[in-house]
Design a protein around this ligand. Structure first.
Ligand code: GGG
Length: 352
């Protein structure tokens, strides 16, 4: 039997509810299949850790994480701590230092879930957004000067490197090639942003030559939002910069019914560092502690984690159980249902 070590970092808000729910489901899955074992260690990092220690994770936290095969993450963000401190102190610290350059965000309509586009082509919604995850608008380059004075200035410089563009675009082409429709949409804003975004377009045109079997089209990010709403079925694999893809994937999740069901994988494709799996949603402190957080995004990302670890059969089984439960209408309030986190978790365990 194969054994994998998993670092669970629930972190903040509803992360502390959905990650334990996913661990319960993974426990049921390993008992049922008997083909793999997960040794899970939960690391108590996040905003509470910050309140006690002044940092979101220990100074040697990255060294600790390197020992694991994968990381199952919850969410970051707390009402009493600045968002840039929580995000950069934990989630981005891990993604940047572990070179998680490929952020993969699949979206499709699960059975029993109603899209806000119902009756308007939403049935064709089945896309995967590849988000560049280490540079671009999240390069962390910039600063503030003359703080508090009327002449204060803040700069936020997006950085696009040829190497960074090429590796993510190549990754996206490979992914597009592996999907039946072999269609890749490259999203930029190269009419207005005439340096880095034009570099993206140039690199995409070069990389496309290595993928003659993949159809490529180009969209400006503003027009892309309209296309996602008006004709989601015309999209399959999408690649975009860090910020653009972050925004587009929230839209995609909303079109698929709720941010609560959307998963994301932060991958280090050469596997030099453990990859990290998490729901797209944040800490959602408006519903924290109410027991109604939707755990489906964390279950789905757990299936992605299993697939990444090489447990494709178990991943399929978990997805089938999730779909059985959504089809049966066991849904949390964000999806119009009355089920609680614990009800959905139990239903998925039973379905397994
Ligand atoms: N589970 C994802 C999460 O906690 N996201 C918090 C957040 O604010 N993320 C911003 C970003 O990823 O750009």
């Amino acid at each position: 039997m194969k054994t994998y070590s998993i670092a669970a970092v629930p972190a903040d808000g509803i992360g502390l509810e959905v990650v334990p729910a996913a661990l319960e489901v993974l426990e049921a899955l390993q008992k049922k299949t008997g083909s793999f074992q997960l040794n899970v260690e939960t690391l108590p990092w996040g905003s509470d850790y910050y309140r006690q220690h002044g940092i979101m994770m220990p100074a040697d936290g990255l060294e600790t994480l390197k020992r694991f095969d994968a990381i199952l993450f919850g969410a970051v963000g707390a009402p009493d701590i600045a968002d840039d401190i929580t995000l950069w102190g934990l989630r981005l610290r891990i993604c940047q230092n572990f070179d998680h350059y490929a952020n993969v965000r699949p979206t499709r309509l699960l059975p029993g879930i109603k899209s806000p586009l119902a009756g308007r082509g939403a049935g064709d919604l089945d896309m995967v957004i590849v988000r560049e995850n280490t540079e671009g608008e999240y390069a962390g380059h910039g600063g503030r000067a003359h703080r508090g004075l009327p002449e204060e200035v803040g700069t936020e410089t997006a950085i696009y490197t040829r190497a960074g563009c090429e590796r993510i675009i190549r990754f996206a082409f490979e992914l597009a090639r592996s999907r039946p429709r072999k269609l890749l949409t490259v999203v930029t804003k190269s009419n207005a942003q005439r340096h880095g975004m034009v570099l993206w377009d140039d690199v995409a045109a070069l990389v496309a030559k290595d993928f003659p079997d993949v159809t490529q089209d180009k969209m400006l990010v503003d027009a892309m939002t309209a296309r996602m709403v008006n004709n989601p079925g015309s999209l399959d694999t999408v690649v975009a910069t860090n910020l653009h893809a972050d925004i587009l994937s929230d839209l995609a999740a909303a079109l698929a019914g709720s941010l609560g069901i959307a998963p994301t994988a932060n991958l280090n494709p050469p596997r030099k560092f453990p990859s990290m799996f998490e729901p797209i949603h944040g800490s959602a402190f408006d519903i924290t502690g109410k027991g109604i957080a939707n755990p489906i995004g964390t279950f789905w990302t757990s299936a992605m984690m299993l697939e990444h670890l090489g447990e494709a059969e178990a991943a399929k089984r978990l997805m089938a159980a999730i779909e059985k439960v959504t089809a049966a209408g066991v849904l949390t309030p964000d999806l119009g249902g009355k089920a609680r986190t614990a009800d959905v978790t139990k239903a998925v365990c039973d379905a397994l």
